[in-house]
Design a protein around this ligand. Structure first.
Ligand code: PMP
Length: 411
């Protein structure tokens, strides 16, 4: 075992499980481990590294900002958070206001708190949904295994089946403060709702005067080939939460609010020391400028489609389906062996994430090249072969091989 992983075991809490690798450097979509071995990063820090590792635009923007003006208290203002808020609202295409946080969970906490200021408390969220690990975000998260040990969580949250319009109709009432949904459920295994689901959620929430919050922490900032995934659906939510890819590797979260939602957080209602700090905002401005200047939204669509079609064309018996959008793809397996597939791929020089037992997540940097995608497609069949469970030996053959005469088979 690497000495770094050993030291990790003695000094860091075990909440993420034992890391399989200790990484020391990265450039573009490639990272290197302690032994100098290189891997194509198809995980991007779980959609964090929008521009990959050590992108010159991010390095330059962060270096310049940290050398000019680092952290300022939110009691004062600096150019980068203002410029970033203006830019995010311009990309959203609607006037509004932004609250900056430091993570996805914090962006969702802001939306949750803000919704209470409508005077209502009831919240509707989706089963399988993931919104973060702080207590409020966990109350919104629809994954009982993650939430159960931590009850009591903030209450009045109803979880409904994801993608089911009738379930939303039944759950949302005139007492509902907000409905929070992911445009695609990332942590639940890249689950794509039926077409028209978000539009139905918009209609239902509007009818009851409830806020519609779209958690775009995983799907936002170019990941699906659009600035925000909901734009592909032509839906106008009241709030959009962002994090992950926005900072190009630096911590930042954002809660965008439109219409009446933009006016709910008044002075003294909410805050965080580092939210909107100039350095993270400078990184985010560089990320957005680079996505725009280098035509990365189209690139994401092209390379994502190349990956999806390429995997489908393999016709491998372990692959049931490839789902998702742009460069957020889930390779759905016919067996719950995503961990074994990820291990085999790592040994072949590719980092992926077993997001659910039967789903491998691909969320590479948006700058992944066609050549890197093709190299992955070339390596994938052998990795899938290695992960395929051995076919059970028919009972009569097993008995014969064991020299036994018994024909009894246990379940
Ligand atoms: N929302 C979604 C949709 C996410 O995927 C995540 C992280 N996986 C979060 C919220 C939480 O973000 P963070 O880890 O930055 O708190």
């Amino acid at each position: 075992m690497s000495t770094l992983v050993q030291r990790w075991g003695q000094s860091l809490m075990d909440n993420y499980g034992t890391p399989p690798l200790a990484l020391v450097s990265g450039s573009g979509a490639v990272v290197a481990d302690e032994a100098g071995r290189e891997y194509v990063d198809l995980l991007g820090g779980i959609a964090v590294n929008a521009l990959g590792h050590a992108h010159p635009a991010v390095v330059a923007a962060v270096t310049k900002q940290v050398a000019t003006l680092g952290h300022v208290s939110n009691l004062f203002v600096a150019e980068p958070p203002v410029a970033l808020a203006e830019l995010l609202l311009a990309l959203a295409g609607r006037p509004g206001k932004v609250f900056f946080a430091n993570s996805g969970a914090e962006a969702n906490e802001a939306a949750f708190k803000l919704s209470r200021l409508t005077g209502r408390t009831h919240v509707v969220a989706a089963r399988g949904g993931f919104h973060g690990r702080t207590m409020g975000a966990l109350a919104l998260t629809g994954q009982p295994a993650k939430a159960d040990p931590f009850h009591p969580l903030p209450g009045d949250v109803t979880h409904v089946a994801y993608g089911d319009v009738a379930a939303l109709e039944a759950a949302v009432t005139d007492a509902t403060a907000m409905v929070i949904l992911e445009p695609i459920q990332g942590e639940n295994g890249i689950v794509v709702p039926p077409a028209g689901y978000l539009a139905a959620a918009r209609r239902i929430t509007a009818r009851h005067g409830a806020l519609l919050v779209l958690d775009e922490v995983q799907t936002g900032v170019g990941r699906t080939g659009h600035w925000f995934a909901h734009q592909a659906e032509g839906v106008e939510p009241d709030l959009v939460t962002l994090a992950k890819g926005l900072g190009g590797g630096l911590p930042i979260g954002a809660c965008l609010a439109f219409g009446r939602a933009a006016e709910l957080l008044g002075p003294g209602s909410h805050g965080t020391t580092f939210g909107g700090n100039p350095v993270s905002c400078a990184a985010a401005l560089a990320v957005i400028a680079t996505i725009a200047n280098e035509g990365l939204l189209d690139h994401v669509k092209r390379v994502g489609e190349r990956l999806r079609r390429g995997i489908e064309a393999l016709g491998h018996s372990l692959v049931a389906e490839v789902r998702g959008a742009g460069l957020l793809l889930g390779v759905v397996l016919t067996e719950p062996v995503s961990g074994a597939a990820a291990t085999a791929l790592r040994e072949a020089g590719f980092l992926v994430n077993p997001v659910q037992p039967g789903v491998v997540r691909l969320a590479p940097p948006l700058i992944l090249t066609a050549e890197q995608a093709d190299a992955f497609l070339t390596a994938l069949p052998a990795a899938l072969d290695a992960a395929t469970p051995a076919a059970p030996v028919p009972a009569d053959l097993a008995a014969a091989a064991a020299g036994s005469t018994t024909t009894e088979v246990s379940a």
